[in-house]
Design a protein around this ligand. Structure first.
Ligand code: XMP
Length: 528
């Protein structure tokens, strides 16, 4: 982590919950569920949770996450004992349940023959616990299990409140000490009533639900003022939601001490530059430099068709161009970035080893070192949907907030093969017609991302009585939650037919339209 990063909106004044991470794939979902019920929480890897950390962080409740290890292994991850001496409610989930039992005097067995993965049903026992208020109204509840080991003997003071066919200790509680533990994962979608458990847990812990975007806005503004003082801040505004919300918030805090630079690389969609500049400069009065560098970018990309080379050229030029324009402002000490919480959570890695680079993502990561700037990152504590809510709170139009993601390298990666100006012009028109169709049919918000790619082939067609020899294009539309996996959107044949007709009739240069029905994996969302 960069030492210069000061989390600007330090949440000292909030009621805080601590999530101790043991490396589960779904730990982030625990945080999501808690934020949904207006509780501020942070995820910290178990190694970092020391007695001193607990003292300083002062959680009002603790959740121990799941994880891939076995508590029976030597050196298995453990939280400090102090967690159980704080006098605050503790909830253990899966591995969290096992480590809690082991540390408090219970016994764990290896899961030979009793491992359980996937859907299961939990039924209540005679013993009720307030953690499960609102559960079992219809008898049993569906949950999601994913465990090898299991509890064989509970720690003293605990009682069984729920069982499943393979998990006799599916739900256990020591209500006096407010310690609870579940074998299943209440945070995942496949435990449909899981949210109720989190609601009950935070109620038991006495949270008042003080985590709202209105409160966040006020604190963030105060914290930015404190960090920046009378210094100057520069911001690369792309028109994407994250950089836009970050810029609006910083502008609210320090006004004209902020200057935004909008780098126009000539690879934007139809009307995009005008829209971004019009909105932020003219409507919101953000000091904004419109750096039209399209000639430079297109010249350097001339003749380049390899996708990684395109990405590297664009990323490198972006930094140079931003550096040049920011230099003209003079005296900037701070660089604003729209970094989000998922980017800063330190994950617990048990696998080790680097993962394969599929695509080099375009970001402005090289800038702070190159320019010797300190970072202002007012969204570091927020998830994407919280950033959207904050954007609405700051007065950005919901239609803008709900825009589909657009990649940093822009249309360059939607133009496989060589990028030429005529191809870009055709692509812009076809994309505009396609998105217009999606909006007209009321489908925009159902789709996670939709765009057109122009293919590097020309095909023969017939229009009127004449032969045509024009480009083919591919339409892409996917549903997704986070862009990591995606499925193609199931348009009706009528919609596809109408869209193809409109594109061919309205866009000169295209005579064939195809629909991309590849999911991710094995495909990626973009074509390059
Ligand atoms: P892929 O094509 O990898 O894309 O499935 C996943 C999501 O990331 C976007 N994307 C990018 N976003 N800089 C960005 O800011 C990039 O270099 C970049 N490449 C892909 C893509 O549009 C999709 O939403």
């Amino acid at each position: 982590m960069n030492d210069d990063v000061i989390a600007p909106a330090h949440q000292a004044d909030h009621e805080k919950l601590l999530i101790v991470d043991f490396g589960s794939q779904v730990t982030q979902l625990i945080a999501r569920r808690l934020r949904e019920v207006n509780v501020y929480c942070e995820i910290h890897p178990f190694q970092n949770v020391t007695d001193a950390f607990l003292e300083e962080y002062a959680p009002r409740a603790v959740i121990l996450s799941g994880g891939p290890a076995s508590v029976r292994d030597e050196g298995a991850p453990r939280p400090p004992k102090r967690i159980f001496e704080l006098g605050v409610p503790v909830l253990g989930i899966c591995y969290g349940q096992q480590v809690m039992m082991q540390m408090l005097g219970g016994r764990i067995e290896r899961g030979e023959g009793t491992a359980e993965f996937g859907r299961a049903f939990v039924s209540p026992t005679e013993t009720r616990t307030d953690l499960f208020d609102g559960w079992f109204d219809d008898g049993r509840e569906q949950v999601w299990m994913s465990h090898g080991d299991h509890v064989a003997e509970m720690a003293p003071g605990f009682e069984v409140c729920g069982t499943s066919p393979h998990a006799p200790f599916a739900v256990i509680a020591d209500t006096d000490r407010r310690f609870y533990a579940v074998q299943f994962h209440p945070e995942v979608h496949h435990t449909p009533n899981g949210r109720t458990i989190f609601e009950n847990f935070v109620r038991i812990a006495g949270f008042t639900g003080d985590w709202t975007m209105g409160a966040y806005r006020e604190q963030a503004v105060a914290a930015i003022r404190e960090q920046v003082g009378d210094g100057r801040v520069i911001c690369a505004l792309s028109g994407g939601v994250d950089s836009s919300v970050a810029a609006m918030l910083i502008h609210e805090a320090v006004g004209d001490q902020l200057t935004c630079v909008f780098v126009d690389h000539g690879l934007l969609r139809k009307g995009e530059a005008e829209e971004v500049v019009g909105m932020f400069r003219d409507n919101y009065n953000l000091p904004l430099i419109h750096a039209d560098e399209s000639e430079l970018f297109l010249e350097k990309l001339d003749g380049v068709s390899d996708p990684e080379t395109k990405r590297k050229i664009i990323g490198g030029l972006f930094i140079d161009v931003f550096d040049k324009h920011a230099g003209e402002i003079g005296g900037a000490e701070f660089l604003a970035q729209g970094t989000l919480y998922p980017d800063v959570i330190e994950s617990v890695s048990f696998s080790g080893g680097p993962s394969v680079t599929i695509k080099s993502h375009h970001n402005v990561g090289g800038l702070p070192e190159k320019m010797g700037l300190k970072l202002v990152e007012p969204l570091r504590e927020l998830f994407k949907d919280e950033v959207r809510a904050l954007g609405v709170e700051l007065g950005l139009p919901p239609s803008f907030i709900g825009r589909h993601p657009f990649p940093g390298p822009g249309l360059a990666i939607r133009c496989p093969g060589e990028i030429t100006r005529p191809k870009l012009a055709i692509l812009r028109e076809a994309d505009a017609v396609y998105i217009d169709q999606i909006r007209k049919h009321g489908l925009y918000d159902e789709i996670w991302q939709a765009f057109c790619a122009i293919l590097p082939v020309r095909t023969v067609g017939v229009m009127g009585d004449g032969r045509t020899y024009d480009y083919a294009c591919a339409l892409r539309a996917v549903t997704s939650v986070d862009g990591m996996t995606a499925d193609f959107y199931p348009f009706t044949h009528e919609f596809l037919g109408e869209t193809a007709t409109r594109i061919i009739n309205e866009v000169r240069g295209i005579n064939r339209v195809t629909y991309d029905i590849t999911s991710k994996p094995p495909g990626t969302i973009e074509w390059e």
